[in-house]
Design a protein around this ligand. Structure first.
Ligand SMILES: [Fe+2]
Ligand SMILES: [Fe+2]
Length: 179
Protein backbone atom coordinates (compact mmCIF):
# COMPACT_ATOMS: atom_id res chain seq x y z
CA UNK A 1 0.00 0.00 0.00
CA UNK A 2 2.80 2.36 0.97
CA UNK A 3 4.53 2.06 -2.41
CA UNK A 4 1.28 2.57 -4.32
CA UNK A 5 0.48 5.70 -2.31
CA UNK A 6 3.92 7.22 -2.79
CA UNK A 7 3.75 6.52 -6.51
CA UNK A 8 0.47 8.49 -6.64
CA UNK A 9 2.17 11.58 -5.26
CA UNK A 10 3.29 14.13 -7.85
CA UNK A 11 7.11 14.34 -8.02
CA UNK A 12 7.10 17.82 -6.45
CA UNK A 13 5.12 16.63 -3.42
CA UNK A 14 7.22 13.49 -3.02
CA UNK A 15 10.43 15.50 -3.18
CA UNK A 16 8.99 18.00 -0.64
CA UNK A 17 8.08 15.11 1.70
CA UNK A 18 11.63 13.73 1.61
CA UNK A 19 13.11 17.19 2.03
CA UNK A 20 10.90 17.83 5.08
CA UNK A 21 11.99 14.45 6.48
CA UNK A 22 15.65 15.37 5.98
CA UNK A 23 15.15 18.70 7.79
CA UNK A 24 13.35 16.85 10.60
CA UNK A 25 16.24 14.40 10.96
CA UNK A 26 18.70 17.26 11.21
CA UNK A 27 16.50 19.10 13.70
CA UNK A 28 16.34 16.03 15.92
CA UNK A 29 20.13 16.23 16.41
CA UNK A 30 19.70 19.53 18.29
CA UNK A 31 16.17 19.45 19.67
CA UNK A 32 14.09 17.16 21.84
CA UNK A 33 10.32 17.54 21.62
CA UNK A 34 8.62 16.55 24.89
CA UNK A 35 6.90 13.17 24.57
CA UNK A 36 8.02 12.56 20.96
CA UNK A 37 10.88 10.26 19.97
CA UNK A 38 13.10 11.63 17.22
CA UNK A 39 12.30 8.74 14.86
CA UNK A 40 8.56 9.31 15.33
CA UNK A 41 8.94 12.97 14.43
CA UNK A 42 11.00 12.16 11.33
CA UNK A 43 8.42 9.56 10.21
CA UNK A 44 5.61 12.13 10.65
CA UNK A 45 7.64 14.58 8.55
CA UNK A 46 8.18 12.08 5.71
CA UNK A 47 4.48 11.09 5.67
CA UNK A 48 2.92 14.48 6.47
CA UNK A 49 1.53 15.23 2.98
CA UNK A 50 0.53 11.69 2.04
CA UNK A 51 -3.10 12.90 2.05
CA UNK A 52 -2.26 14.71 -1.20
CA UNK A 53 -2.03 11.33 -2.95
CA UNK A 54 -5.75 11.69 -3.66
CA UNK A 55 -5.58 15.24 -4.97
CA UNK A 56 -6.63 15.87 -8.53
CA UNK A 57 -3.81 17.03 -10.84
CA UNK A 58 -5.44 20.46 -11.33
CA UNK A 59 -5.07 21.26 -7.61
CA UNK A 60 -1.33 21.46 -8.20
CA UNK A 61 -1.37 23.16 -11.56
CA UNK A 62 -4.40 25.50 -11.71
CA UNK A 63 -4.03 29.11 -10.53
CA UNK A 64 -5.80 29.79 -7.25
CA UNK A 65 -8.58 31.87 -8.78
CA UNK A 66 -9.71 28.86 -10.84
CA UNK A 67 -10.18 26.70 -7.75
CA UNK A 68 -13.67 26.62 -6.25
CA UNK A 69 -14.60 26.68 -2.57
CA UNK A 70 -15.21 22.94 -2.66
CA UNK A 71 -11.73 22.42 -4.20
CA UNK A 72 -10.25 24.31 -1.24
CA UNK A 73 -12.33 22.29 1.18
CA UNK A 74 -10.95 19.04 -0.30
CA UNK A 75 -7.36 20.36 -0.37
CA UNK A 76 -7.51 21.52 3.23
CA UNK A 77 -8.65 18.06 4.33
CA UNK A 78 -5.29 16.50 3.34
CA UNK A 79 -3.90 16.45 6.92
CA UNK A 80 -6.90 14.35 8.06
CA UNK A 81 -6.74 12.06 5.03
CA UNK A 82 -2.98 11.68 5.56
CA UNK A 83 -3.52 10.95 9.26
CA UNK A 84 -5.98 8.18 8.40
CA UNK A 85 -3.54 6.68 5.88
CA UNK A 86 -0.68 6.88 8.39
CA UNK A 87 -2.84 5.10 10.96
CA UNK A 88 -3.64 2.35 8.46
CA UNK A 89 0.04 2.00 7.67
CA UNK A 90 0.67 1.41 11.37
CA UNK A 91 2.38 4.65 12.38
CA UNK A 92 2.15 5.30 16.12
CA UNK A 93 -0.61 7.58 17.49
CA UNK A 94 1.86 10.44 18.20
CA UNK A 95 2.94 10.54 14.53
CA UNK A 96 -0.69 10.34 13.35
CA UNK A 97 -1.65 13.27 15.60
CA UNK A 98 1.24 15.38 14.27
CA UNK A 99 0.23 14.63 10.67
CA UNK A 100 -3.44 15.48 11.37
CA UNK A 101 -2.47 18.82 12.92
CA UNK A 102 0.35 19.97 10.65
CA UNK A 103 -1.65 22.94 9.31
CA UNK A 104 -3.26 23.86 12.62
CA UNK A 105 -1.98 27.01 14.34
CA UNK A 106 -1.80 28.20 17.95
CA UNK A 107 -5.04 29.87 18.97
CA UNK A 108 -7.05 27.65 16.61
CA UNK A 109 -6.10 29.80 13.59
CA UNK A 110 -5.15 26.94 11.25
CA UNK A 111 -7.03 24.28 9.34
CA UNK A 112 -8.83 21.96 8.80
CA UNK A 113 -10.33 21.79 12.29
CA UNK A 114 -9.13 25.02 13.90
CA UNK A 115 -7.90 23.14 16.98
CA UNK A 116 -4.91 23.91 19.21
CA UNK A 117 -1.97 21.94 17.74
CA UNK A 118 0.28 19.71 19.81
CA UNK A 119 3.92 20.73 20.25
CA UNK A 120 5.13 18.22 17.63
CA UNK A 121 2.68 19.59 15.04
CA UNK A 122 3.96 23.14 15.59
CA UNK A 123 7.54 21.98 15.01
CA UNK A 124 6.51 20.05 11.91
CA UNK A 125 4.52 22.97 10.58
CA UNK A 126 7.57 25.22 10.94
CA UNK A 127 9.94 22.88 9.08
CA UNK A 128 7.24 22.21 6.47
CA UNK A 129 7.17 25.94 5.70
CA UNK A 130 10.96 26.21 5.61
CA UNK A 131 11.16 23.14 3.35
CA UNK A 132 8.53 24.52 0.95
CA UNK A 133 10.16 27.97 0.85
CA UNK A 134 13.64 26.62 0.09
CA UNK A 135 12.61 24.27 -2.71
CA UNK A 136 12.78 25.30 -6.36
CA UNK A 137 9.36 26.32 -7.70
CA UNK A 138 8.35 27.23 -11.24
CA UNK A 139 6.57 30.37 -10.05
CA UNK A 140 9.53 32.03 -8.32
CA UNK A 141 12.95 32.97 -9.60
CA UNK A 142 14.90 32.59 -6.38
CA UNK A 143 14.84 31.16 -2.88
CA UNK A 144 13.24 33.65 -0.41
CA UNK A 145 15.54 35.55 1.95
CA UNK A 146 16.00 34.70 5.62
CA UNK A 147 13.83 37.73 6.47
CA UNK A 148 10.98 36.47 4.28
CA UNK A 149 11.17 33.01 5.87
CA UNK A 150 11.22 34.63 9.33
CA UNK A 151 8.05 36.57 8.43
CA UNK A 152 6.28 33.35 7.34
CA UNK A 153 7.13 31.88 10.74
CA UNK A 154 5.84 34.92 12.67
CA UNK A 155 3.04 32.80 14.18
CA UNK A 156 5.56 30.35 15.72
CA UNK A 157 6.82 30.54 19.29
CA UNK A 158 10.24 32.26 19.09
CA UNK A 159 12.24 29.25 20.34
CA UNK A 160 10.81 27.08 17.53
CA UNK A 161 11.28 29.77 14.88
CA UNK A 162 14.91 30.35 15.87
CA UNK A 163 15.79 26.63 16.01
CA UNK A 164 14.20 25.96 12.62
CA UNK A 165 15.79 28.99 10.99
CA UNK A 166 19.19 27.85 12.23
CA UNK A 167 18.77 24.75 10.04
CA UNK A 168 18.76 26.78 6.86
CA UNK A 169 21.05 29.58 7.99
CA UNK A 170 23.79 27.28 9.30
CA UNK A 171 23.71 25.27 6.11
CA UNK A 172 22.21 27.29 3.23
CA UNK A 173 22.85 24.39 0.83
CA UNK A 174 20.77 21.99 2.89
CA UNK A 175 17.74 22.32 0.64
CA UNK A 176 19.76 21.51 -2.48
CA UNK A 177 21.45 18.57 -0.77
CA UNK A 178 18.12 17.13 0.36
CA UNK A 179 16.67 17.08 -3.14
FE1 LIG B 1 0.39 19.82 4.17
FE1 LIG C 1 4.08 19.97 3.32
Amino acid sequence: MQGILFSRLPTEVLSHSLHTGALAARLMKDVQIPGIRGAVFVAAAVYHDLGKAYWSERFLTAPRYLLSNSDWYIMQAHPLVGGDIAQELGLCPEAVEIIRQHHERPGGKGYPLGVEPCEGAIWLSAIDIVAAMTEPRDYRAEIPSEEEIRRELAWCPAYIRDAVLRLVIVNPNLAKEAM
